[in-house]
Design a protein around this ligand. Structure first.
Ligand code: ASP
Length: 441
């Protein structure tokens, strides 16, 4: 059994968190490949190491001393070293980085040092080998990962060292320089390592009980989703649930590796399991069929009406105008003589009226109107498919609470029903859906 385990910044923010991580790793002999983020916040007012490093870079760029900020970075690592009684000479590693800063360092190099130093500390603490991400993750010239080369380099290394710690977030460009993923990229490092080594499980350890069924700022103490498929996860993330870095899924999905989100502060809880399909899905839970509910506020609806319209032609014309204005169209509900564009309001900033008059000019509708203040809610659940009456139940629950549904959309795979409501009804609608239908197994 091989488990690739990635720990996020909040799981590694100080010595106490390091101890928890060590206990987790030592409790399961399968946890032989460890990926670490840089230390995160210890409390609400604290800073993430990566943020401090970006700040150092900004100071260097404007020729202002970065010493004060870099001292804070130093302090954090030295404190972890002392709290955990780690022996490696992290001080000279820090001094080397400080010297590089004077020589005119690249931003990508500097911001990656949080992961580098943390992995050095963790490797020593666990008695594992340190494997630098720059020695195996290789980027193509276009910024994508060269999977073939990265996989074979890590496989080679793993055949020599069987217990390793890898810094997340970065790799090496073809010219030998350090290149980073976008923020949160250690998730991706873990996924690539899991795929390279054909791991049985990729465990992603964080500070929440898993992927939550709803936004905790709207629903009090929402439960973690026990099982979610990759397709459901995509829908959840698309509509705003903040889960994993979006590039995490591809490598593990391609190799059919089980992904498990776990809580460092509650390691016994099973967290959220993610995979392509769950063979043991229980079809009987028809009353509780929602995997997760998510949504976004602030959409605008542009509604066009024309008696006897040639819908395809008119849609093409109107979409072409939207394309010209670089406007994102999220949904297109239609009827025989009308259609609507549901558009994120922010993408219409400073061009709403110009866009509407251009559509009017190009399409010559009988009527065109605009409604702001719409929110979209995505109701996601693989158990909704092929069950009769699900949407009826959803609409019934909202209707009997006095919530008017403004738009409705369902994909043909039936895992997602998307509704539009007035923004003032958004939170209440989510609470009603959660209380009525969220799966509780
Ligand atoms: N430390 C990096 C960040 O804060 C990468 C990561 O944590 O995954 O974005």
């Amino acid at each position: 059994m091989l488990k690739v385990v990635k720990f996020g910044g909040s799981s590694l923010s100080d010595g106490t968190q390091f101890e928890k991580v060590k206990r987790i790793i030592e409790s399961d002999a399968g946890r032989r490949v460890v990926i670490v983020s840089a230390p995160g916040r210890r409390n609400a007012g604290d800073s993430k190491i990566t943020d401090l490093l970006y700040l150092c870079m900004a100071h260097i760029k404007y020729d202002v001393s970065a010493d004060e900020i870099f001292d804070k970075v130093k302090e954090r690592f030295i404190q972890i070293k002392n709290e955990c009684n780690i022996k490696i000479d992290i001080e000279s590693e820090l001094a080397d980085i400080r010297k590089e800063m004077d020589k005119g360092v690249s931003s990508q190099y500097l911001v990656s040092r949080g992961e580098y130093l943390n992995a050095k500390l963790m490797a020593d603490y666990l008695g594992y080998d340190f494997v630098d991400a720059k020695d195996w993750i290789t980027f193509n010239y276009d910024g994508t990962v060269d999977y073939k080369e990265s996989f074979s380099k890590l496989q080679e290394r793993f055949s020599v060292d069987s217990h390793i710690v890898i810094p997340g977030f970065y790799g090496m460009a073809k010219d030998g320089s350090i290149e980073v993923f976008s923020r949160g990229g250690s998730d991706v490092t873990g996924a690539i390592a899991a795929a390279a080594l054909d791991a049985d499980v990729y465990e992603n350890w964080t500070d929440v009980p898993g992927i939550l069924m709803a936004d905790p700022s709207i629903v009090e103490n929402p439960r973690a989703i026990p099982k979610v498929t990759f397709s459901e996860l995509r829908e959840l993330s698309h509509m705003g649930a903040s889960v994993l870095h979006e590039d995490t899924v591809f490598p593990v999905r391609a190799k059919n590796i089980l992904l498990n989100i776990k809580d460092t502060n509650n390691p016994e809880a099973s967290g959220t399991f993610i995979r392509e399909v769950f063979e043991d899905d229980n079809d009987d839970k028809k009353e509780k069929f929602i995997t997760g509910i998510t949504g976004r506020r602030n959409y605008t609806i542009i509604n066009l009406y024309k008696n006897g319209m040639d819908r395809v032609k008119m849609l093409m014309t109107a979409l072409e105008v939207c394309g010209r204005y670089e406007v994102t169209v999220e949904q297109i509900p239609c009827s025989i003589d009308s259609f609507s564009f549901v558009i994120p309001s922010e993408s219409l900033e400073n061009k709403k009226f110009k866009l509407v008059s251009s559509i009017e000019e190009a399409c010559k509708p009988d009527n065109i109107d605009v409604t702001d203040g719409i929110s979209l809610i995505a109701i996601i659940g693989r158990q909704m498919a092929y069950h009769l009456g699900i949407s009826g139940k959803i609409f019934g629950a909202l209707g009997s609470s006095g919530i008017n549904i403004r738009t409705i959309e369902q994909g043909s795979d039936e895992i997602n029903i998307m509704i539009g409501v007035a923004t003032e009804d958004f939170e209440e609608a989510i609470r009603i859906l959660y209380d009525s239908f969220a799966i509780n197994n």
